[in-house]
Design a protein. Structure first.
Ligand code: ADP
Ligand code: MG
Length: 425
């Protein structure tokens, strides 16, 4: 590799005096065109790992990002740092704005794009004419159905990569179990990629848990606890209803400026709450896991879990939002007897039942191909159950010697193994 004064570029172009752990290694890999999966904690500065190289690498750096608000934020941030040749393309742009981005594609160094935009044939044609120097998959755990934020649009990225002439890949995530890591690299068809893993170590987060016997006790404990706590605070709930209910109760009792946030709200309302929280116009947000991905607020002092999150990765990611400024902060988990029932049900509901597997195999038989989601309505599959079946059957059916009964057996075996693994986690 050519020698670059990476520290110099960091200081001159980004105004930072030193690299955070992991950043330099990832950047060197990227500049050497080594496919890389980097696992760095939330808030550790993953964006810099492609923003800096995008200034050096010839051609375009494409960043696939799952959240439009995240893209908009990032473009704003890098523009504020003086980087001009950057844009985002997503469904919130007006037709005129979109045209303008597309017209200037060749002049860009860095393009953020949503996965669904990337699936559009027209988009792919346009990008085909570009020299793509680096393909970044941000929040790469979204590609894995075993990950905690699985997104169907992330699945076809391997095809997009081929279309683009197989550029070097950088996959980034804050939380990925070894099995999710394998899945990410498998889905991207980069099994040989180098893994650079920097585990989360946040000594400034004090972890605590309080055990109760019922929900009423929890509410009382929570109110008591909040009376002498510092904002900003996030309180995570597993149910939208509870997030709203506790929000109203805390408001009534004058616990400060409080709002709720969950996936059932209108995008504009969500945006508003997020902005108010970022601007310190709110002390407490009562939210579900829908809140937080990509939130870059340095001074969150307290993250409370009113319920057990469905997965350990969600818990790690959510508490990791506290204390990004390195100052003291607290994570409090409220547990009451039987709370594990909900995550358990959740895990079980993500996998198809034996009957659904059988029904699905019969559909394959009668259609002579993989059933679409609509084809399989009679089986009442959830999206994740459907994904489980289609992702696992496709490779199975490619094996010419495999008969239906054997495929069905293998599927059932995998489903049981998966369930076991998830439940013992
Ligand atoms: P992640 O994607 O890993 O959660 P971000 O890329 O959003 O984190 O970065 C989090 C914050 O850290 C941003 O405000 C960013 O400007 C800052 N940051 C990144 N790298 C450095 C660095 N080397 N020194 C100081 N601050 C940094
Ligand atoms: Mg990020």
């Amino acid at each position: 590799m050519e020698q670059y004064d990476l520290e110099g570029i960091l200081e001159d172009e980004f105004g930072f005096t030193s690299f955070r752990p992991g950043q330099k290694n990832v950047i060197e890999n990227v500049l050497n065109e080594v496919d890389t999966l980097a696992i760095l904690p939330t808030g550790s500065g993953k964006s810099l790992c492609y923003q800096l190289p995008s200034k050096i690498i010839p051609g375009l750096t494409i960043v696939v990002s799952p959240l439009i608000s995240l893209m908009i934020d990032q473009v704003k941030q890098v523009k504020a740092k003086g980087m001009k040749r950057v844009a985002a393309i997503h469904s919130f742009l007006t037709p005129d704005e979109r045209k303008q981005v597309l017209r200037n594609l060749s002049a860009l160094q860095l393009l953020y794009i949503s996965p669904e935009m990337l699936q559009m044939t027209r988009m792919q044609q346009l990008l085909n004419n570009e020299n793509v120097g680096l393909f970044v998959v941000d929040e790469a755990h979204c590609i894995s159905q075993w990950g905690h934020e699985f997104r169907t649009d992330y699945l076809k990225l391997n095809q997009v990569l081929h279309q683009l002439g197989d550029p070097p890949v950088l996959a980034l995530s804050a939380t990925a179990t070894p099995e999710v890591q394998e899945d990410i690299l498998g889905q991207l068809e980069r099994p040989e990629a180098e893994k650079l893993i920097y585990p989360m170590d946040k000594p400034n987060i004090q972890l605590s848990m309080a055990k109760m016997t019922n929900e009423q006790e929890k509410v009382e404990y929570l109110e008591n606890y909040l009376t002498n706590q510092q904002a900003p605070t996030m309180i995570y709930f597993s149910s939208r209803q509870m997030a709203e209910k506790i929000c109203f109760e805390l408001k009534k009792k004058n616990f400060g400026r409080i709002a709720f946030y969950h996936g059932g709200m209108e995008p504009v309302d969500r945006q508003l709450v997020q902005q108010q929280f970022m601007r310190n116009e709110l002390d407490i947000v009562c939210c579900t896991s829908a809140f937080g991905m990509g939130i870059d607020k340095p001074d969150i002092r307290l993250v409370i879990h009113f319920h057990l999150p469905p997965r350990i990765e969600s818990f790690i990611q959510e508490i990791g939002r506290a204390g990004r400024d390195g100052r003291e902060c607290t994570s409090l988990l409220l547990y009451s007897t039987g709370d594990e029932r909900l995550p358990r049900m959740f895990i079980e509901s993500e996998l198809p039942s034996d009957e659904q597997i059988e029904g699905y195999m019969e559909l394959i038989d009668s259609h002579g191909r993989l059933p679409s989601y609509e084809d399989s309505t009679s089986l009442e599959l959830s999206e994740s159950q459907y994904n489980f079946l289609s992702i696992l059957t496709e490779p199975l059916l490619r094996s010419p010697s495999l008969d239906k009964a054997e495929a069905e057996r293998m599927l059932k075996g995998k489903q049981r193994k998966r369930l076991q693994q998830k439940l013992t986690h």
